[in-house]
Design a binder for this molecule. Sequence first.
Ligand code: GTP
Length: 287
Amino acid sequence: MNKQIIQWYPGHIAKAEKQLKENLSKVDLVFEVRDARIPLATSHPYLQKWLKGKKQILVLNRKDMINVEAYQAWDKKLRSEGKVPWWCDAKAGTGVLQIKHAAIRAGQELNQRRLDRGMKNRAIRVLTLGFPNVGKSALINRLVKKKVVSSSRKPGVTRSLRWVRLGQDLDLLDAPGVLPPRFEDQNAALKLAICDDIGQAAYDTEQVAISFMKLLETLENIQEAGIKSMCLQNRYGIFVNETIKDKYSWLLSAAERHTSGDTQRMSQRLLDDFRKNLLGNISLELP
Ligand SMILES: Nc1nc2c(ncn2[C@@H]2O[C@H](COP(=O)(O)OP(=O)(O)OP(=O)(O)O)[C@@H](O)[C@H]2O)c(=O)[nH]1
């Protein structure tokens, strides 16, 4: 997918970015939350420029949705770059307590510096930052152990900044997802679309479904994923690795058979199936 096909910069994200910049000076620490399935595609190109050396905790969420190989490869790569990745599953709550402790420790260091300068101790203000739908709100809800902010399956749900208190030590700021105004790298944008990390209005479902199939063919671990045994045969009458004259004509013909030529709906079903059944088994992005 080389053409500029996927674009998404809705008004609320532009507004969120403006608000974020206004609020950055008020926070002490930033949780940068990325999607563990696509840590590169969910790394914001301007983030370091905005944060200007502010203390950060790198959270790789959705650990439950990747395989061990991907986890190990990314953990090693990030550590080799001097980063400390904190892995979690904000839906189930795994790894969240460790993140809380890391934030409290960072807060103690910051407060020590305040004391050294003759200032009083205070709760540390933490901003949760990341692309839409990576699990920022789910992480906050897990940290405070109740549903204080909306967390939903669709990207772009958090629309405004909201402070949430966590015990005596931390004040958390939930913020809408941020995105670069233009996706220079359309392959990264495709991964965001496949993982449902950008709004559906940003892309053509059929094109993304076809691009995803092309991408699947290039993945080495596709056999391990047991894709052939998936619902594809029964539901769509196709095999991914089948040799066919026009590789992607199956998408169109399958769409005709199943949904009277409604390829958009067919592609949507396909993407939904893949998101549900396949994405946890394959590595969309390896270092
Ligand atoms: N399997 C799994 N699902 C998760 C995880 N974290 C979040 N989710 C789900 O992903 C969806 C998006 O989570 P949110 O917390 O709303 O994401 P967000 O980053 O706040 O999204 P925006 O409001 O768009 O910025 C929800 O349906 C969550 O239940 C995780 O670690 N594992």
